[in-house]
Design a protein around this ligand. Structure first.
Ligand SMILES: [Zn+2]
Length: 391
């Protein structure tokens, strides 16, 4: 279910728990060269909460700059397989009593990961069917922290961050609280009470048909923001997991053969995007080629809508994939070649068009594309960021 990752193999040490049983599931471990704290992310404790395991699967692919990231995306594989909160009536997130052994073999092995990885913080990812504080029976979209560690401060900061940047309808504003550690046999409570370690249960809401993609976007944004604040991810050009495959107005076919996604400049200075590498994991997708002489979104192979300067590259006869595009020189018309420049804190929208296989447009839904962005900063430093577009 997970796609291949751009990480160097030295950074990975994945293993399984409940090995050889029907509950077997993978723990993904990413360790950076630089020292830093260890954060664990769990998804799929409840098998009917797709947000939890979908977001955690994405996070399992993230690259980190410092410390260690331990991700268990599918804690309860059997519950996920039957799309049920519980398996055989057992709620996995009620098997973690404070001060004594977890009450099932699966819960004990999960707890063993928590202890043996010596974590400094835990995120447990879920979704709710309710609206927070609406008396509809669901806990709603909320962030719930331990009293242990500095989890309360992180919770408040993440609530503000999400409501300011990701929630446009206040009906869905995030909220939450800290409860007494150990007051319930949940994993979060046991982490707080037994280890005196910070933990957060994150709940996105799926009420009113709120799309899974939106739940996942909010969830991954919160975890990314946390990892940045906690020191695992440094200031960077970031990608917020929001890719869409578009059937553009340029197309008369029904194929969603263009891609659009946002990048953010989280440096405190201008970022200049100089090169962009595009590597579809499906090798049958072999060309990027628009079909217009115009210059801009969907009429150039690459267009980045950015606040200081738009980036555009319009390449005669397209380019073979995988490729690396130098934004200020496309080998065809220098008039249509510009680096993109983003001011501090701003977003840029990247549009790529049109993905083809053997000359025909490709529907990109379900495809994975690895993107690497090379950039320079106002102070002369440069760097690159690689991430996966998971469609
Ligand atoms: Zn849940």
């Amino acid at each position: 279910m997970l796609s291949a990752t751009p990480l160097a193999s030295a950074q990975r040490s994945d293993y399984t728990i409940r090995t050889g049983t029907s509950e077997e599931t993978t723990v993904y471990v990413r360790e950076a060269d630089a020292d830093g704290p260890t954060v664990m992310v769990v998804g799929g404790m409840h098998g009917d909460e797709a947000n939890g395991y979908t977001a955690a699967q994405k996070i399992a692919n993230w690259r980190i700059d410092a410390g260690k990231l331990v991700v268990l995306p599918e804690a309860n594989v059997k519950a996920i397989q039957i799309d049920s909160r519980t398996c055989n009536g057992t709620d996995l997130n009620r098997q973690f009593p404070t001060g004594s052994e977890p009450t099932t073999a699966l819960a004990r092995e999960i707890w063993n990961v928590v202890v043996s990885e010596n974590i400094d913080f835990l995120f447990d990812l879920h979704s709710s069917y309710g609206i927070y504080s609406s008396d509809d029976g669901g806990v709603g979209q909320g962030i719930f922290s331990t009293r242990a560690g500095d989890a309360t401060g992180h919770r408040k900061q993440l609530v503000s961050y999400l409501n300011e940047n990701y929630v446009s309808d206040s009906t869905y504003d995030y909220s939450g609280y800290s409860s007494s550690d150990g007051s319930s046999p949940m994993l979060k409570h046991k982490v707080g009470a037994d280890l005196d370690t910070g933990a957060i249960i994150f709940e996105a809401t799926r009420k009113n048909g709120r799309p899974l993609s939106q739940q996942v976007r909010e969830t991954t944004a919160a975890v990314q923001e946390f990892l940045q604040r906690f020191g695992l991810i440094h200031e960077t050009v970031s990608y917020s997991q929001d890719v869409i495959a578009a059937n553009t107005a340029e197309d008369t076919n029904a194929k969603q053969s263009g891609l659009r996604f946002d990048i953010a400049n989280t440096f405190g200075q201008d970022v200049r995007i100089t090169d962009l590498e595009i590597d579809p994991h499906n090798s049958a997708i072999d060309q990027l080629r628009d079909h217009s002489y115009g210059e801009g979104q969907w009429v150039s192979e690459l267009f980045i809508d950015a606040d200081v300067q738009n980036g555009v590259t319009d390449i005669n006869n397209g380019v073979s994939l995988p490729c690396s595009i130098d934004l200020d020189w496309d080998g065809h018309s220098t008039d249509a070649s510009n680096d993109a420049i983003l001011s501090p804190g701003s977003f840029g929208t990247v549009s790529l068009y049109e993905f083809k296989s053997n000359g025909s447009p490709v529907d990109m839904v379900g495809e994975n594309v690895e993107i690497t962005i090379d950039y320079t900063l106002s102070d002369g430093a440069s760097g690159s960021r690689t991430f996966m577009l998971l469609l």
